[in-house]
Ligand binder design. Sequence first.
Ligand code: NAI
Ligand code: MG
Length: 492
Amino acid sequence: MATATTPKRPAAPKVPDQKNFINGQFVPSASGKTFAAINPATGKEICQVAASDAADIDQAVKAARRALDNPDWKRMDAPNRGLLMNRLADLVEQNAEELAVLESLNSGKLIGDAQGDVQGVVNTLRYYAGWADKIEGRTVPVRGNFLSYTLRQPVGVVGQIIPWNFPLLMLAWKWGPALACGNTIVMKPAEQTPITAMKMAALVQEAGFPDGVINLVNGLGETAGAALVAHPDVNKIAFTGHYETAKLIQKSAADTLKRCTFELGGKSPNVIFADCDLEAAVEGAFHAIYFHGGQCCTAGSRLFVEDKIRGEFVERLAAKAKDRKLGDPLDDATQQGPQVSQEQLDKILGYIKLGEQEGAKLVAGGARFGDQGYYVTPTIFDNVKDDMAIARDEIFGPVVSVLAFNDLDEVVARANSTYYGLAAAIWTQNLDKAHAYAREVKAGTVWVNCYHVVDTTTPFGGFKMSGQGRENGEAVLDHYTELKTVTIKLNK
Ligand code: NAI
Ligand code: MG
């Protein structure tokens, strides 16, 4: 049985109500409306948050447009833009513990994971600060007596909509490249997790960014989010979340032909061959699904195990699941915190019921844990068939589906028979198998004998309905620049 931990850290800080950050100022929503931010470990309110709509979005977009044309930003030397971003990274580092505690409190993320995410923010900002003065054009050997060269210029005002599973990290993944390329930003944080974004706004102010370069508007997706997507003066939308939301966004963005990039989750195949290092593969498969309670776009939720080791593998996985310590995410001893919300708790429990109804074999977990907060015990289904709902849909919780297989071609075909294509992994000592899988599997990221290794330096994104475009690395810079060709007639 999963066990509960008892809190050892000092009580979490009192959090003030959260406003919006528009044109360098903290302002309430135009309507004065608010909604509650909830602590997922208790289900209790942390503070009230500005509930914004089209009027607030319009103000923020206007501020971002003015900032785009403000010489303090537009004409800022590229190396100085990098310095400014580095100043923000330094401030994040100086405020790391406060940011991590707030992130854990608001999202239910383990404090250790939150500390890791804050470091990820620092790394991301510094990496893209380094790009600021390396966004270069080319000279082109055009036909005729002309000089042709290209300029890479900002796309303009970019709208960024992020989810609740990695609130700080998703913010940094989107701010980093946008700022490096000289854009201005209107971001809508997830309604579940607005608190650390607003702390970042205070650091933006302290770092000395010109007013309006970064704006944050809190609110629900259907109101604030939809208004940002529909706004005619927003040039691009970058979104992370569910593909159903992305479909709505793409339809709405069609009216103004906005550029869109999407990162949309997955049902990632994690393939275990009998010739793997068994100890490492059990650890890896466990981490693949249960990291952050499965609330991870790359979660290894389809666990393909070669049939001849499946019995032992599932047994070892189940023993670890039953041993896991659930409890207060602010306690260093806790191994699994709550799911983010009542909505997610209900969704996950619904899928567990469906798995049992469809005839999968429940070998661990399968229930809510405790009676306050949104906890789910680490759950394992064995004997899962490819067409069961638990093997097809993204559950976004601590629920893994074990699927038996016998050979490489078979498992590649089954791994690819999904509308998702975000990540994939293979555990084997055989290089031929590893390379063949890496080449054939339809996923934006492939891990061999490891899992969840994501770095700001490497491109990240999805095939098929897992997304459009890439984040991280150099690849994302194309999405935040317009390419301009300049041709000059020469007379000699
Ligand atoms: P969601 O896609 O509805 O929300 C993500 C963001 O989009 C939030 O900021 C939300 O306010 C905004 N949004 C929602 N509707 C919008 C609209 N019509 N226009 C503009 N913005 C809108 O995801 P949600 O409801 O939080 O979670 C549902 C499922 O989505 C999860 O169970 C999981 O399967 C998936 N998901 C995937 C994530 C990933 O990392 N790829 C992250 C979060 C959720
Ligand atoms: Mg939603």
